[in-house]
Write a protein that binds this ligand. Structure first.
Ligand code: SAM
Ligand code: DTB
Ligand code: SF4
Length: 329
């Protein structure tokens, strides 16, 4: 059960997912220690460089123009603004800065040129730079790589079967094409999904099946708990149960042992004990800072205290396996 493999069957992943919880946590914690330093957590900071007004219809997203949420549209930030935010994040211990834009896809225009400048500027600070800008083609991925981008985030979000229930303005294959372009350009891949959107256990398992058949596996796999936002179609969904999140993290850890599992959106809805069990079960990355893209995140000082209590420390930039893997590509 411990090797990195790309041929998991749905039944095998289901068997892991359905393991009695404490046994599952124990197994995941054991594998986690073989592949990762369990004392280290990678800290990313998110910036929404372009907010709201997105033409897509992702049912969970407060930034989709068609839903009436409190998000205010903001045009692309300046390079100076991003640089100042990156400095603050670095002081707080973030080794990675993830820049998110509410775009369906990247267009080859002045805005993209500005994003490339942002990448160069943040990379020069010795931070890992990640971007999540929607769909990109092979040339755009290469331009981002040439500018010094380290990772590209593009989530598959749910199973192929459930995708059409959540998003109708693009399809699963579009998502996988972008991931292919990202990989071809030698960037590291960050791809995961969301739980708590009304999906079945089968959909969660199906999502992990898709991710685990990517060869190589995504270097990082964000597991988000839905943040229900008023005005979106999923705004009334109940908060994900702690046990569900822990089970999903543990299953992800076992299916992709070498990847960094990110305990992503939804931490404001969790207590510290739940987060501790997520770290135990193999999560080793979080987003730090008062905001995710548009929704709240725990206070950074509270996170620091939690790290002290749990005996965790932030990992330095560029200090892990994914770098080695990247160089081998
Ligand atoms: N527009 C780009 C895209 O969709 O790829 C990048 C930004 S988009 C906000 C990045 C990811 O945030 C989505 O794929 C989704 O997984 C996550 N996300 C968005 N809204 C969320 C919510 N309310 N709760 C949890 N995760 C969310
Ligand atoms: C990811 O998987 N989660 C982050 C990051 N990648 C871009 C985004 C979470 C967004 C949560 C909703 C919001 O704050 O708008
Ligand atoms: Fe747009 Fe991304 Fe939100 Fe979908 S998830 S509506 S593509 S910003």
């Amino acid at each position: 059960m411990s090797e990195v493999r790309y041929n998991w069957t749905k039944e095998q992943i289901a068997e892991i997912y359905n393991t009695p919880l404490l046994e599952l946590i124990y197994k995941a914690a054991t594998i986690h220690r073989k592949y990762h330093n369990p004392e280290e957590v990678q800290i990313s900071s998110l910036i929404s460089i372009k907010t709201g007004g997105c033409p897509e219809d992702c049912a969970y997203c407060p930034q989709a123009a068609r839903y009436h949420t409190e998000v205010k549209v903001q045009k692309l930030m300046s390079v100076d603004e991003v640089s100042a935010i990156a400095d603050r994040a670095q002081t707080m211990g973030a080794s990675r800065l993830c820049m998110g834009a509410a775009w369906r896809e990247v267009r080859d225009n002045k805005d993209f040129d500005r994003v490339l400048d942002m990448v160069k500027t943040v990379n020069a600070k010795g931070m890992e730079v990640c971007a999540t800008l929607g769909m990109i083609n092979a040339e755009q991925a290469q331009k981002l790589a040439d500018a010094g981008l380290y990772a590209y985030n593009h989530n598959v979000d749910t199973s192929e079967e459930n995708y059409g229930n959540i998003i109708s303005t693009r399809n699963y294959e579009d998502r996988l094409n972008t991931l292919h372009n990202v990989r071809k350009a030698g960037l590291t891949v960050c791809s995961g999904g969301i739980i708590g959107m009304g999906e079945s256990a089968d959909d969660r398992i199906g999502m992990l099946l898709t991710l685990s058949h990517l060869n190589p596996h995504p270097e990082s796999v964000p597991i988000n708990a839905l943040v229900p936002v008023e005005g979106t179609p999923l705004g009334e969904m109940p908060i994900v149960e702690s046990w569900e999140m822990i089970r999903m993290i543990a299953t992800t850890r076992l299916v992709m042992p070498d990847s960094v599992v990110r305990l992503s959106a939804g931490r404001v809805q969790m207590n510290k004990e739940t987060q501790a069990l997520c770290f135990m079960a193999g999560a080793s990355s979080i987003f730090m800072g008062e905001k995710l893209l548009t929704t709240p995140n725990p206070d950074a000082n509270e996170d620091k205290k939690m790290f002290e209590v749990l005996g965790l420390k932030p990992r330095k930039a560029f200090d892990y396996r994914e770098k080695k893997e990247k160089m081998e590509v």
